[in-house]
Design a binder for this molecule. Structure first.
Ligand SMILES: [Zn+2]
Length: 120
């Protein structure tokens, strides 16, 4: 059970998904749609939401992580590059997010904070 104070609720999020599927054309003819069509379109739409949620959580996690200052491979000090887009494969499809990048001149390698400190 989720706390009652969390807003929007799962029901409100579900209502938004329903609205998107019907008005956004995911399910073009609801009156004649069979369960398979409804299920497939719903999973596709919810998977897109899931990818966005995971991406945003990874950004927040990356922002809260200690930056990688020394190369994990050779131990030398690294330089910080501008944040880069990163794409990871999840069970619910590709998750895209932006993250800081550290670069080791000696190894000519880039490291993401997530590789050392985070869940990915
Ligand atoms: Zn190195």
């Amino acid at each position: 059970m989720e706390p009652a104070s969390v807003s929007p609720t799962a029901q409100e999020i579900a209502d938004l998904v329903v609205k998107r599927l019907i008005e956004g054309g995911g399910i073009k003819d609801l009156a004649n749609a069979n369960l398979l069509t409804i299920e497939e379109q719903t999973i596709e739409e919810v998977d897109r939401v899931t990818q966005l949620v995971i991406g945003e959580l990874l950004v927040k996690q990356s922002q809260g992580a200690e930056p990688v200052t020394n190369c994990p491979k050779c131990g030398k000090e690294m330089t910080t590059k501008k944040p880069q887009h990163r794409s990871l494969q999840s069970r619910r499809g590709d998750v895209k997010f932006k993250t800081d990048v550290s670069h080791c001149e000696a190894c000519r390698l880039d490291f993401f904070p997530s590789d050392e400190n985070l869940a990915v």
